[in-house]
Every structure is written in structure tokens, then in C-alpha cells.
Design a protein around this ligand. Structure first.
Ligand SMILES: NC(=O)c1ccc[n+]([C@@H]2O[C@H](COP(=O)([O-])OP(=O)(O)OC[C@H]3O[C@@H](n4cnc5c(N)ncnc54)[C@H](OP(=O)(O)O)[C@@H]3O)[C@@H](O)[C@H]2O)c1
Length: 264
């Protein structure tokens, strides 16, 4: 997979893992389009990229849960050659399911699931026609494990994993790669947005630099999926070896103190 000279569109590129994808792809010689709601942040980042005179960078401000904005991004995709789609924008929520705002939960599904489907659906025809391209889809270690108090989030990440792994095999003979990325706890704005108090796993978080560089190595090696970082790999192995009822009970125990501090 040649990144130099490719055009990558990255969603959720104003912060965290998406911003780091934009930086590393641009550094590897790709032109980049950054998509997020915070237009000023992505425009400032694009200005920095463009000042380097390597590839080009464009900002597309969009709320991917808003129909009109999504249509704007789809039309943008149809009018461009997109070689790499990084379906990264996503968020979580934390608490007893029935106490969370139901519209917010549905909107989380719209962002993590529906928006990623719409963007992949829009980009695949041109990739298939050129017999090249790559879709990088952000799942999570949460996609392997039911997580009490994050029930909606882990279900969306399981959806991302299954959908992307299935797409990979649909697209294999058309020269299009699909990589599913499964990070563990990573140092980003995620926990603040999801309102998870403290560090629920008690573990140090991975850096976005490490998560993204391991992901791009996996893309180059055409791996089907990558669980980034040693601790996350151990987490996934552990949850695969343990009966789901037991691992779900253990996960609940781990998150119980975070739930208590949220309530206080
Ligand atoms: N951090 C972790 O521990 C972790 C672990 C595993 C998987 N992940 C996954 O990694 C991905 C990125 O998460 P992150 O940790 O980097 O989160 P983050 O720091 O909170 O960044 C989320 C990004 O998504 C964008 N976004 C949020 N809502 C949006 C909307 N409605 N429309 C358009 N863009 C929107 C945000 O930009 P604006 O606010 O500017 O719109 C931001 O750029 C997610 O899919 C997440 O599930 C994260």
C-alpha cells in the first residue's frame, strides 16, 4: 500500500487518534482531508500541513450525525479521488443505560455505526473501479467484550469490527484493503467526552503516536486487524479465553469504582 502520493480522508481529525492519523499520513507523503465539527481546529492543522509544501491538506467541517453535513461529505468524496478512508470519528458514553439520555445514545450509534457505513458505502465504488484503496476502521478492545455501563459503546465497536472484517473479504479480490484497528485505553479526549471519571482499567493509557504507527504498519502488511499495544493484546486474549459471562462480570467489577465516583 503506497501512502506517498495517496489522498486520505480522515474523520474525527480535530483531536486524538484521528488527528494523529492525519499527521502520520501527511508525514508519509499523503494529501489529507480532515473532517470534524471543530472547523477552526482542522483548518489550523491544514494550514500547518500546507506550509510544509508536502502534499495538500483540506478541512471539511461537518457533524457526521447531521444529514445535510453527511450529504456534503458524501458529495465531496464523490468529487475526489480518495485512496484511504480513515473511519475514525466516534465517541462513548458511561453510566447506567436507563439513566443516559436516549437521544444521545441513538446519536452515538449514528456516529459510530451509521456514519461509518455511509462513508464506506460512498467511497467503495471508486476504490473498486481503480482496483486500489484502503479503509481503516476504528473498532476497539471494547468490541471484543460486553462492558456494563458502556453497553451502547461496546456494541457499536463490535459492529465496527464485524462489519469491517466482512467488508475486507468482500473487497479483497478488487484490490481494496480493509484494516480494523482495535486500540485499548488511549490518551485522548475520549474519556472526557464519554464522562468516564478516573482511569477505569487502572492502567496507563497508550499514546496516539504508538496506536497510529502500529496501525499504519499493519496496513502496509495488509493485516486484517490490529489490537494496538501489548496490554490491549493481553486484554483481548484474556477476554477470548474467559467465558463471556465471567469476563463481563469482571469488567463490571473494574468499572464499579468509576461509576461510584460519577455518582458522587
Ligand atoms: N481513546 C481511546 O481510549 C479509544 C480506545 C479504543 C478505540 N477508540 C476509538 O478511536 C476513535 C477516535 O477516538 P479518540 O479517542 O481519538 O476520541 P477523541 O479524542 O474524543 O476524538 C474524537 C474525534 O471525533 C470527532 N467527532 C466527534 N463527534 C463528531 C461528530 N458528530 N461529527 C464529526 N466528528 C465528530 C471529534 O471532533 P469534533 O469534536 O471537532 O467534531 C474528534 O476529532 C473512536 O472511534 C473511538 O471509539 C478510542
Amino acid at each position: 500500500m503506497e501512502i506517498r502520493g495517496a489522498h486520505a480522508l480522515i474523520t474525527g481529525a480535530s483531536a486524538g487518534i484521528g488527528l494523529e492519523f492525519a499527521k502520520q499520513l501527511h508525514q508519509a507523503g499523503a494529501s489529507v482531508t480532515l473532517v470534524a465539527r471543530r472547523v477552526a481546529a482542522i483548518q489550523a492543522q491544514c494550514d500547518q500541513f500546507n506550509a510544509l509544501r508536502v502534499g495538500s491538506a483540506r478541512a471539511v467541517g461537518a457533524d457526521l450525525t447531521a444529514r445535510a453535513d453527511m450529504q456534503k461529505v458524501i458529495e465531496y468524496i464523490r468529487g475526489q479521488r480518495i485512496d484511504i478512508l480513515v473511519n475514525n470519528a466516534g465517541r462513548g458514553s458511561f453510566g447506567y443505560f436507563e439513566e443516559l439520555d436516549i437521544e444521545d445514545e441513538i446519536s452515538e450509534i449514528e456516529l459510530n455505526v451509521s456514519a461509518t457505513l455511509r462513508l464506506a458505502h460512498a467511497v467503495i465504488p471508486q476504490m473498486k473501479a481503480r482496483r486500489m484503496g484502503a479503509i481503516i476502521s476504528l473498532s476497539s478492545v471494547a468490541g471484543f467484550q460486553p462492558i456494563p455501563y458502556m453497553a451502547t459503546y461496546c456494541a457499536t465497536k463490535a459492529f465496527n469490527f464485524f462489519h469491517s472484517m466482512a467488508l475486507r473479504h468482500e473487497l479483497k479480490e478488487f484490490g481494496v484493503r480493509v484494516l480494523t484497528v482495535c486500540p485499548g485505553p488511549t490518551e485522548t479526549e475520549f474519556s472526557g467526552v464519554a464522562r468516564v471519571p478516573g482511569q477505569p482499567t487502572g492502567a496507563r493509557r497508550d499514546s496516539v503516536e504508538a496506536v497510529v504507527s502500529e496501525s499504519l504498519r499493519a496496513l502496509r502488511a495488509n493485516k486484517p486487524f490490529v489490537v494496538t499495544g501489548l496490554r490491549s493484546k493481553l486484554m483481548v486474549w484474556g477476554s477470548r479465553l474467559t467465558p463471556k459471562e465471567i469476563s463481563t462480570w469482571l469488567t463490571k467489577k473494574m468499572l464499579a469504582s468509576s461509576l461510584k465516583s460519577k455518582k458522587q
